[in-house]
Design a protein. Sequence first.
Length: 369
Amino acid sequence: MLKPGPVWAAGAMSGTSLDGVDAAMVLTDGQRILDFGRTDYRPYSETEQEVLRAALGRWPGEPGVEAAAEVVETAHAELLAGMVDARLIGFHGQTLAHDPQGMSGARRTHQAGSGRVLAEVLGRPVVWDFRSTDVELGGQGAPLVPFFHFAAAQWAGLSAPVAFLNLGGVANVTWLDPRAAGPEVAGALLAFDTGPANAPINDLVHARLGGARDEGGALALAGRADMDLVERFLAHPFFLRIPPKSLDRNEFPDLLKSVERLSDADAAATLTAAAAAAVARGFEHFPEPPAALYVAGGGRMNAALMVELARRLNCPVAPVEDLGLDGDMLEAQAFAYLAVRVARGLPTSGPSTTGVAALVGGGQLSAPS
Ligand SMILES: Nc1ncnc2c1ncn2[C@@H]1O[C@H](COP(=O)(O)OP(=O)(O)OP(=O)(O)O)[C@@H](O)[C@H]1O
Ligand SMILES: CC(=O)N[C@H]1[C@@H]2OC[C@@H](O2)[C@@H](O)[C@@H]1O[C@H](C)C(=O)O
């Protein structure tokens, strides 16, 4: 249904930190990125955040999930209505629960919000539910941004293996070789979640000081990390697992508790060091050292986290802005790009990104009636 050649698509992402929705436009044929377009952001109100928070960890049909879906759909409809030039929408939704290992009795993942509803409201085709097929076929269902990272590296003209790191609530890393013919080719990519990143730092600041985050990493910079606690954190079985692997937001419940007896600054420094140490552990899995690490996501604004990363890694660490990319919008852009891939029947994940046995084109396409 999409005519051949490049199309403008809009992607939207509601991330684990529950702050709001990012949307961004990308001109792509599903393989190459030809241009980046408009971006926009729609914060969730406090009431909306409460509705979403109350539904975390829940599956479809459980209490609070319908209300959460409505919040997600309304926010996306408002934001995406402004992106009038988009021929196709990529709608990630809000992850409420993610259980690719089947610990809850079934292997499943749940992103709140219906693309069917959004397609009707916006009067445009919507690709959504990007993760379920991958999980059903035995994959982790995440991370999905790596195929886009590959295209972004080619867009930036890179010619040696590099890594991209997303520092959101959870961190995920992609090692890639831009000389490969495409992201689906063996040896082009290795991607996985590295561990918790901003989520425990935010939770600490919220619990102790009532704030939303450690602004600029100032609190952590004023403290000293307890390296025994960092080592204990690294003993978690997640770090022994061979990638690909993905994390649920609440998989490290003891991390915040472990810093209980420390001062505010030392606790922040410890959680920050733990996030960086988890990334460094991730580097041990790379096929070869990357020429540089390019960082996206809100965590790149945390100077303490960036310093800790640079100290632990044997390569330059820089924000993705050094490549001309927008570190706040990479995930939204990724779902625009992935939507076009789905509409064109191209794969969006594979053995080296989600661990699924074969290449998968995840995502449902809903057209307005
Ligand atoms: N100026 C800043 N100083 C310190 N930390 C910051 C700053 N700006 C953003 N952050 C951190 O980044 C987080 C938001 O990051 P981002 O928007 O990339 O996450 P997300 O997309 O919601 O998460 P995920 O990628 O896990 O889905 C904030 O919650 C905060 O912890
Ligand atoms: C299940 C889920 O929503 N996972 C998110 C989350 O946030 C960061 C990390 O954990 C990553 O695995 C993923 O998001 C990005 C967009 C991804 O799929 O690449």
